[in-house]
Design a protein around this ligand. Structure first.
Ligand SMILES: NC(=O)C1=CN([C@@H]2O[C@H](COP(=O)(O)OP(=O)(O)OC[C@H]3O[C@@H](n4cnc5c(N)ncnc54)[C@H](OP(=O)(O)O)[C@@H]3O)[C@@H](O)[C@H]2O)C=CC1
Ligand SMILES: CC(=O)N[C@@H](CCC(=O)OP(=O)(O)O)C(=O)O
Length: 343
């Protein structure tokens, strides 16, 4: 069978580099085009020497790509830029977008959280939310898939089954997340300097002001069938990759454990660990896995759930490949059966 021809737009970014890593080892895909902005005109090896052993096309501007020869494009572009660029692509091209541009279904909610009008409402209306464990059939049928926020997939995988089954109090969900710095992309900024992030940690987006809060609310409200608003606070840790969510819920820990174990028994990328487990981010690094541990609190009727992913894999590029596999009719796990790298 011919391999699907893939374009990666935003190839010089962190999610782009991760897509190159995943697509070049994928049995059913090959890279046909790479695009970026400031780095257009360079061989990828110059931008990312760790990929210099690969035979890859030179990075070009998006408008230089001949999309007639492309089966699917991944777009790893900044928010707002993605909708402008995707709006200029052929309307029948399959696209997996990694930005936040097409995740929120209500344009008014998008405007509130992103501070500007959406400029591609027709595309937003056709986009399917890229969480394969819950939207598998919709993703198979769509041509535009909106990759989830990295914190959001980490929190939704444990929470959605519990909300759907009504085993936790819907008004008492607290999501306390920690992320590595690659979550902020490769662009330079003073706050990303080694001297400013190493040997310390910070909370941000306090008081429910982080953009991903809206995505949590949207998906959990849908799962519950009534309005759900969560308490969510992200923290930046001095590590490259990984997200660890510590999620506090009111509910019976045995029921929570049983619900998650049953729901994910046949899911290839979600592992529910034995009761009392505390998964580490290092145990999923480089893999498309989400590992979840449930522990009862000493106070009856409360539990703490720990969920870990690699933000660049299950949180971005790996999940994007999982969605692309569905859209291209390939096995969902193709190219993603990667064991984590440890230590
Ligand atoms: N990092 C993460 O863990 C996650 C990121 N995301 C989302 O994925 C997207 C990409 O993130 P990330 O890779 O980290 O970001 P980076 O900042 O590392 O990369 C951004 C990329 O976009 C390119 N770019 C910018 N403007 C244009 C344009 N007009 N046309 C073509 N290319 C352009 C840049 O090219 P150049 O370098 O040449 O200027 C670069 O390749 C973002 O929307 C992000 O929010 C989602 C989940 C997780
Ligand atoms: C460390 C860091 O800054 N992380 C980013 C999350 C990036 C991400 O994956 O989310 P989007 O795709 O919605 O941008 C943040 O908190 O905004």
């Amino acid at each position: 069978m011919d391999k699907a021809r893939i374009a990666i737009i935003g190839a010089s970014g962190y999610t782009g580099a991760e897509l190159v890593r995943l697509v070049t080892t994928h049995p059913g895909m090959r890279i046909a085009a790479l695009a970026a902005d400031r780095n257009a005109g360079k061989p990828l090896a110059e931008i990312y020497p760790h990929l210099s052993h690969l035979d890859l096309p030179t990075v070009v501007k998006t408008e230089e790509i001949d999309f007639a020869g492309i089966d699917l494009a991944f777009c790893g572009l900044p928010h707002a830029t993605a909708q402008a660029v995707i709006g200029g692509l052929p309307r029948d091209l399959k696209v997996v977008d990694l930005s936040a541009d097409f995740r929120l279904r209500d344009p008014k909610i998008y405007e509130t959280w992103y501070g500007h009008e959406h400029h591609a409402l027709d595309l937003q209306a056709e986009a399917v939310y890229g969480l394969p464990e819950f939207y598998r059939e919709e993703i198979r049928a769509t041509r535009l898939c909106a990759g989830t926020g990295c914190f959001v997939v980490n929190g939704l995988l444990p929470l959605v089954p519990l909300v759907e089954k009504g085993v936790i109090d819907l008004d008492e969900i607290v999501i306390d997340s920690k992320t590595g710095i690659t979550g902020a992309g490769r662009s330079s900024a003073e706050w990303k300097l080694f001297s400013e992030v190493t040997a310390g940690t910070k909370a941000y987006g306090l008081g429910g002001t982080h953009r991903h809060t809206s995505e949590f609310d949207q998906e959990l409200t849908k799962a519950a069938g009534r309005e759900v608003t969560v308490m969510f606070t992200p923290h930046l840790l001095p590590m490259n990759r990984g997200i660890l969510g510590t999620i506090y819920v009111k509910g019976d820990a045995d029921e929570i454990q049983a619900t998650l174990a049953t729901r994910y028994a046949d899911e290839p990328f979600v592992q529910v660990l034995p009761m009392g487990s505390a998964p580490l981010t290092q145990h999923v690094t480089g893999s498309n896995l989400c590992r979840i541990g449930v522990t009862p609190d000493r106070r009856k009727g409360r539990a703490v759930i720990v969920s870990v992913i690699d933000n660049l894999v299950k949180g971005a590029s790996g999940q994007a490949v999982q969605c692309a596999n569905l859209m291209l009719g390939q096995p969902e796990t193709a190219g993603l059966e990667l064991a984590p790298m440890f230590p």
